[in-house]
Design a protein around this ligand. Structure first.
Ligand SMILES: [Mn+2]
Length: 355
């Protein structure tokens, strides 16, 4: 049986939020350790990060890798609230940007990633979510897009403002190069970088008992900020899987992002990758429309039959974790928490129909 989880941003990793997750029916936590709100211009740190043309702000400390000790402490804190720490989501661009950019520190950054994966293994964290993307989650807009005028996130057209060399994965890695243009990159070059990355780090992941889980492109456009994207159509996930047969080469299956893609059938896609036993964990949310014009919506109110997606996962014996991904903000004192509680309640009811 699949399990219900909640994703928490770094500043939300508190005993109060762990208790909230447990109260809302979650049994697992997916933790972000990258600080997406450091030095950036954001509307609200209690919402998903959106940012400006300079992204979410300044990336972390290149010298400070997440240690086995701090990961172990986090796992214990989560467990003391009656929950299980299932995954860490996303590498810090400060630790791995030259893998994405094929820069001079690439070998050093591969060692960084291997160290982080070994530390996860030592701390007993079984999954590491990642998003192999130059531009990252950029180009989205916010508005009163969801039911009842609830603030949510969407896209209102392509976003190809050129990205500077001082940025990677929608964060600033070198403030002195935010006016320097990034040299052009082809799609073939980016696929080659992913292939080398997976072949370099998957043996370490296997040895550490850790699975890597790849998020598709969000938004799933062929280009963002004039840089190529990898998994922006459903069939491109197969290309990623076929790079390396390791059981540690899995997917962070983002149902909302897949529904925003212009090709393929969402339900066939979920069935296909679940049947191959390649789903590490699942991001579940709803959406209206497809790129380049879509709006994130409440989980029961969009193009996706979320209960049908859950049934397909169940029928394929998926026993990993499903989290709400993003949710619209609800009008009250705690807009993020209310949105998440609503999504978790809907998903908990969905799970009951599968027993
Ligand atoms: Mn997602």
């Amino acid at each position: 049986m699949m399990k219900l989880g909640l994703g928490l941003y770094r500043h939300m990793l508190t005993p109060e939020n762990f208790a909230f997750a447990r109260q809302a029916g979650a049994t697992h936590i997916i933790a972000h350790l990258v600080d997406y709100f450091r030095g950036g211009d954001h509307a609200h740190a209690e919402d998903q990060p959106v940012g400006t043309d300079l992204g979410w702000g300044i990336a972390g400390d290149p010298q400070q890798l997440w240690t086995a000790a701090e990961l172990t402490q986090l796992r214990r804190d989560v467990e003391s609230a009656g929950l299980t720490l299932e995954a860490i989501e996303n590498f810090d661009p400060a630790h791995w940007h030259d893998i994405l950019l094929d820069g001079p520190q690439r070998d050093h950054h591969i060692e960084n990633v291997k160290t982080i994966i070994r530390n996860l293994g030592e701390a007993g964290v079984p999954l590491m979510g990642y998003n192999f993307s130059i531009a990252g989650v950029a180009g989205r807009t916010t508005g009163a897009y969801a039911r009842g005028g609830a603030p949510s996130v969407g896209m209102e057209g392509p976003y190809d403002l050129p990205m500077p060399a001082g940025m990677a994965w929608n964060m600033v890695i070198d403030p002195e190069k935010v006016d320097t243009p990034l040299p052009p990159i082809t799609s073939a070059q980016l696929w080659d970088r992913l292939e080398r990355f997976l072949n370099d780090v998957l043996p370490t992941a296997e040895a550490a008992g850790v699975k890597l889980a790849a998020h598709p492109d969000d938004p799933p456009m062929p280009t963002i900020r004039d840089t190529p994207r990898l998994v922006y159509q459903p069939h491109l996930y197969q290309k990623l899987i076929d790079i390396n047969p390791s059981a540690s080469n899995t997917l962070e299956l983002c149902v909302g992002s897949i529904a925003e893609m212009t090709e393929g059938d969402l339900y066939e896609t979920v069935d296909n990758y679940a049947r191959q036993n390649r789903v590490g964990y699942v991001h579940l949310r709803n959406v209206v429309g497809k790129v380049p014009t879509y709006k994130e919506s409440f989980i029961d109110d969009g193009d996706i039959d979320v209960l049908r997606v859950m049934k397909i996962l169940h029928d394929n014996k998926f026993d990993g974790v499903v989290i709400p991904d993003h949710a619209p903000q609800m009008s009250c004192e705690a807009p993020w928490h209310a949105g998440m509680a609503y999504a978790l309640g809907f998903m908990a009811a969905g799970l009951k129909t599968l027993r």
